[in-house]
Structure formats: C-alpha cells, structure tokens
Design a protein around this ligand. Sequence first.
Ligand SMILES: [Zn+2]
Length: 130
Amino acid sequence: MVAGRRKVLFKRSVVESILSYSKMCYPNEGILLLRGRKTRDTLEVNGVVIPPGAMHGRNFSSFSWFFLPPDRSYVGVAHSHPSGAMEPSHQDILHSSGSIMVIAGYPFTDEGCISVYDTEGNKMDFSVED
Ligand SMILES: [Zn+2]
C-alpha cells in the first residue's frame, strides 16, 4: 500500500447498484457516477447517479460533465466491461475523472466482478460495508 493512499470503502447498496445497472445495460457498457465522501485516509462511496446524456455502446460509454453542476461529492466514475475484462483500457485511463475509476466485469455477479483503480490505472484495494 502506497503511503498516503486512501482506503476505498463501498456501501453494499452501491456495489449492488453497479452490478445491476451493468446487467441492465449488457451487452452495452453502462456508466455511473459515484458519489461519496473523502476524509484524510478514507474514500467512502455511498451513492450512484445515472449521468445525464449518457451514451452506451458495445465498447464505450460516455457522458458530458457539462450537464452536471460542479459538485465535490462526485468521487469518480464506474463503468462496465461486457467483455469481462477487469483492466482499464487505455481510453479509460485517458478519460478518467474524479479520484477513482471502478470497472465491473461481466458476469456482474458479486463484488469479485468489481475492480477499483486510481486515475493512473493503479489497482486499489477496497472493502464493502453493509
Ligand atoms: Zn472501459
């Protein structure tokens, strides 16, 4: 663990929302904004928002931050990989925004299908709380 890196904590309802939204969008990619709270050593993700104007394709999903009010409670973006790949693509890293990037890989069954990365594409540990 890198010094100074925050611990990522998900509410279980957030994990469930990401997985069910990913299933709903399948075979296209789904994308969700993550809301949460940052403290000195923890990043807590406690809600998801379907981005306005989201576009979904088989290999891409995008939205425009233009539609969103400036809001510091957005901590990152989650999107699904219908291919099942758990690694961020080059494009994902180029376009990552916020503090974390969450990738849900097919078949979206449980938290084992979720990976968390920082904005440089380094994998981060996370835990889920009820
Ligand atoms: Zn991706």
